[in-house]
Write a protein that binds this ligand. Structure first.
Ligand SMILES: Nc1ncnc2c1ncn2[C@@H]1O[C@H](COP(=O)(O)OP(=O)(O)OP(=O)(O)O)[C@@H](O)[C@H]1O
Ligand SMILES: [Mg+2]
Length: 257
């Protein structure tokens, strides 16, 4: 869909999103852009699991999801975090509508590796018609990354993966990952431009680790004819000034900047 921007808000930064972040969104929306938000909730899920004494582990930046972890993840993502974010957007005058990937079969999922990861899903289909209907009515969909398969089994989907799939499905012109770091960091400084190949090398060399792995992978997978650049920016500091975004820009190849 023309003029659509998909913004993934990291759970790592949700409580610290600055007024300038919401004002930038307001400005984009007022310009007529279609805005779709996908959110994470890593730290909040972690805290609740701790409170409930449920142990969990990470494999390549993905949270291994048992039945119990899945229940908590859905509760925190689709309940607490989603409604918090919707409330904030509404305070800034934006018509936000919270849905999880379960609603209207928005995110159809399949397990990545049941033995290794449990109920961690990848997105196999996005109900883009549902999203487009919301966007045409000028709503701002706020999506929790929980999906279902054809049997109704639910899956915990990494929010970056979900955002990438949503961007692809609605043929978004922009995809933005808002996180707690100002981009890909190497030796303490931000890598301003990265290609898909460079990303793979940074993963191999151990420069990119943990939660940055699914993020850059989702970015690389989302690149297409409609979407030639994906940005990773910080939600803690203003990332938009003078018509320019500040962070890491990811493109397929060099020479197209
Ligand atoms: N090379 C790197 N540059 C920057 N951050 C990196 C790098 N390698 C690993 N990271 C880690 O990736 C983290 C960001 O991913 P993380 O999954 O924690 O946050 P998020 O995706 O914004 O939140 P959520 O997963 O809750 O949606 C950074 O805080 C940092 O610790
Ligand atoms: Mg993450």
């Amino acid at each position: 869909m023309e003029d659509t921007i998909v913004i993934k808000c990291g759970g790592s930064v949700l409580s610290e999103l600055s007024p300038s972040f919401f004002e930038s969104l307001q400005a984009m929306y007022a310009q007529g852009k279609n805005v779709v938000i996908v959110h994470g909730g890593g730290p909040e899920i972690g805290q609740m699991l701790k409170r409930l004494n449920v142990s969990s582990e990470f494999v390549n930046g993905l949270r291994k999801t048992t039945k119990e972890v899945l229940e908590v993840a859905e509760m925190i993502l689709a309940g607490k975090v989603n409604k918090q974010l919707v409330g904030l957007l509404q305070q800034y005058g934006m018509p936000a509508v919270g849905v999880s990937g379960v609603d209207a079969h928005l995110l159809e999922a399949a397990p990545i590796d049941l033995t290794k990861l449990g109920y961690v899903g990848e997105v196999v289909k996005v109900n883009s018609n549902f999203l487009k209907a919301l966007l045409r009515s000028r709503y701002i969909p706020v999506i929790s990354p929980i999906g279902t398969d054809e049997n109704g089994q639910k899956y915990n989907i990494n929010a970056d993966t979900a955002a990438g799939a949503v961007a692809k499905a609605v043929k978004a012109a922009q995809l933005l990952f808002v996180t707690d770091v100002p981009g890909i960091l190497q030796n303490g400084s931000v890598v301003e431009h990265a290609t898909v190949e460079a990303i793979e090398q940074m993963i191999e060399k151990g420069i990119i680790t943990g939660g940055m792995i699914p993020k850059v992978k989702a970015a690389a997978a989302a690149l297409s004819e409609e979407l030639d650049e994906v940005m990773i920016v910080s939600g803690k500091t203003p990332f938009y000034a003078n018509g320019q975004l500040y962070g890491t820009s990811i493109r397929k190849e060099v020479g197209v900047y």
